[in-house]
Design a protein around this ligand. Sequence first.
Ligand SMILES: *[C@@H]1O[C@H](CO)[C@@H](O)[C@H](O)[C@H]1NC(C)=O
Ligand SMILES: *[C@@H]1O[C@H](CO)[C@@H](O)[C@H](O)[C@H]1NC(C)=O
Ligand SMILES: *[C@@H]1O[C@H](CO)[C@@H](O)[C@H](O)[C@H]1NC(C)=O
Ligand SMILES: *[C@@H]1O[C@H](CO)[C@@H](O)[C@H](O)[C@H]1NC(C)=O
Ligand SMILES: *[C@@H]1O[C@H](CO)[C@@H](O)[C@H](O)[C@H]1NC(C)=O
Length: 418
Amino acid sequence: MYLPICFVSFLLCALPTKALDAVDSSTNLRPRRPLPIPSEQDANLQPQKPGLSTTEEYHFVKRAHPANRPGINYNPDGSSFVWLQDDVYEGRNFFDSFDFFAFRDPTEGHVNYVNKSDAFAKRLAYVTDDNKVVMKTDSWTKLPLGTYRDSVRINTKKTYTTGLFIIDMDKAPWGCAVWPAFWSTGFNWPTEGEIDVLEGVHDNEHNQIAWHTTSGCEYDPAASFSGQIPNDNGVNRTNCDHAANSNAGCNVVEWSRASYGPYFEAQGGGVIAMKWDENDISIWSFFRAAIPRDIITGTPNPSLWGLPSARLLNTKCNISQMFAKHTVIFDITLCGAWAGNSYATTNCPGTCDQRLTEPSNFINSSWSINYLKTYKKVVLAGNLTQVNHGQPQSVISTLIATTITLLLTVSSLLALVL
Ligand SMILES: *[C@@H]1O[C@H](CO)[C@@H](O)[C@H](O)[C@H]1NC(C)=O
Ligand SMILES: *[C@@H]1O[C@H](CO)[C@@H](O)[C@H](O)[C@H]1NC(C)=O
Ligand SMILES: *[C@@H]1O[C@H](CO)[C@@H](O)[C@H](O)[C@H]1NC(C)=O
Ligand SMILES: *[C@@H]1O[C@H](CO)[C@@H](O)[C@H](O)[C@H]1NC(C)=O
Ligand SMILES: *[C@@H]1O[C@H](CO)[C@@H](O)[C@H](O)[C@H]1NC(C)=O
């Protein structure tokens, strides 16, 4: 609230001159989910759906392996579009495109976020020989009670307004006292909104997706999605306004027990996709064994992926107005506003601060990322539904396929030339 402009230029230009101002105004960037102290009931709000039946598993896998065809998608008005590759963050060059956030955690976590040189020197961030990008919490230094532990938070230098974001990871951090997130927000919080794609605490098994906005944005429960909207004492968390419900935001908890924590890791991780355009912001997650082929081949087609885990529709939320200019963020905080306040309601031993003292408690507090790819929406000329009422006939499909191939060729040629 005090110095948003200073903070914007501070982060964008990375001038490490006014650290104190940055700390103060950084609290504006993300007073993320200071939830009320969870009651006994809150601790059970994660749905414990049973595992998939064989038939469900079959349909899930079948749905996730659609025929590899050109990625035509449709807007509700019938106009057609494709998602074309924009940025690839992976391997050796991954960290070149990110800034390290080395300030006090705005969510009150008991961490020291280290700068880039410290992160590399202390091996809190590195790239393995087989190109896996690792970011972790210090898990080798014994600390006296009350001391903060070293950790990492980074954000893309580039900002995005809409896009398709696909991340492939082997591991996401988890464990008692651990609170990681893969999310995006604008430098002007909450005016530019916040999207929490992957977030959890302790040894939870269900990813909790969230949106935080200014007033006037609601999650429409009538949208098609597979997750569950949690509630506090009978009030469904559908109001995304940061000023409501102590900034809990509008939330959806994924149905899969493998969407966060030990089971996610045991599956070898997987792919999480976030699609953001003027129609909706939707999130899908796929076990490693069920990653759609169109994602693997780099021609993603969300219309083939079945129900998303969560979908914020534009029916009760003007997405173009509420979300803009997001930087994409990875962080691992410890204790703090969510993991600290909920610690006593878990099966974790002792207190959150006691947990911090012993390094081996944090061996699983690590990201291992294969890639983050972004795609941008390119609307195709012409109104395809005029001819075929929304169901492309084979002739039309061939025509479209040719157009796409041409488009992709032209764009790769352009990329070569430029
Ligand atoms: C990084 O942080 C360390 C420890 O706080 C400090 O000594 C060092 O000067 C910092 N480096 C840069 C480039 O800011
Ligand atoms: C909350 O969600 C549940 C389950 O979707 C629904 O049955 C209930 O009517 C909702 N309550 C309110 C107050 O909207
Ligand atoms: C949504 O917000 C955008 C940008 O502020 C505005 O141009 C548009 O008219 C709004 N749409 C609706 C349906 O209110
Ligand atoms: C780390 O993960 C392994 C494998 O799931 C588990 O056995 C171990 O208890 C975990 N340790 C901590 C400290 O979370
Ligand atoms: C496309 O054609 C359909 C059917 O004629 C029409 O209803 C729709 O408004 C058109 N959409 C656009 C974007 O022109």
